[in-house]
Design a protein around this ligand. Sequence first.
Ligand SMILES: C[S@@+](CC[C@H](N)C(=O)[O-])C[C@H]1O[C@@H](n2cnc3c(N)ncnc32)[C@H](O)[C@@H]1O
Length: 236
Amino acid sequence: MTEIDPSIESAEAPYQRRIRSFVLRQGRLTKGQERALQTAWPTFGIEYADQPLDLNQAFGRADSKKILEIGFGMGDATAKIAQTLPDCDFLAVEVHTPGVGSLLKLMQEGEIQNLRIVQHDAVEVLQNMLPDGSLDGVHIFFPDPWHKKRHHKRRLIQTEFIQLVCTKLKPGAYLHVATDWQAYAEWVLEVLQAEPRLQNTAIDYADKPAYRPLTKFENRGLKLGHGVWDLVFKRA
Ligand SMILES: C[S@@+](CC[C@H](N)C(=O)[O-])C[C@H]1O[C@@H](n2cnc3c(N)ncnc32)[C@H](O)[C@@H]1O
């Protein structure tokens, strides 16, 4: 994760020149997203900082499970899962502003309280904000597959990244990855299986856990005969 990529432009500042699993694009905000950013960010947004975050304090309770979601996109699944599992608290991380606005809007509409958002590179959030052994679960749903071979280095799930995730998981905590790209599913399986601190909960791929809703996109793909692969591993 420390390789330097000279193709990353200064437009990605404040991110330093390390290979990233995302490309920042200027996204247009809808009026609703803009309003949600103005009105809900002060309550539910957490500014990225180079210092440990007290999760119990951030959510105002200590008796809940703390789940990290990386790359929530527009946040539809995130909001639904938070509603399905009210006893868990979700720290949702995404870099794209329209997605952050969209999830804040869904939170306002659904009166969702058990979710906080950090808008930053999740790798740095893991490295600098999350204490070791602080997470009960990590969700990574449909990470960018970076299809082309020369872009594989941009894939989020790499050996070093998974080692970092493992240090943040409590013993017995889980890591759930879902992807609709078979070659990436095979790549993820290989990386997770090679990590000695993780145990597969299934033989290769798991059944879709009930808390993960089917997305519109996924539903359409399934009707066309496309596959989705869930991987659920436990930290020993
Ligand atoms: C293909 S989209 C999937 C979005 C969503 N999980 C879904 O299922 O619809 C992947 C998302 O991950 C985000 N992402 C990729 N790398 C990230 C990182 N290092 N930190 C935070 N977000 C990231 C991207 O901005 C993008 O929104």
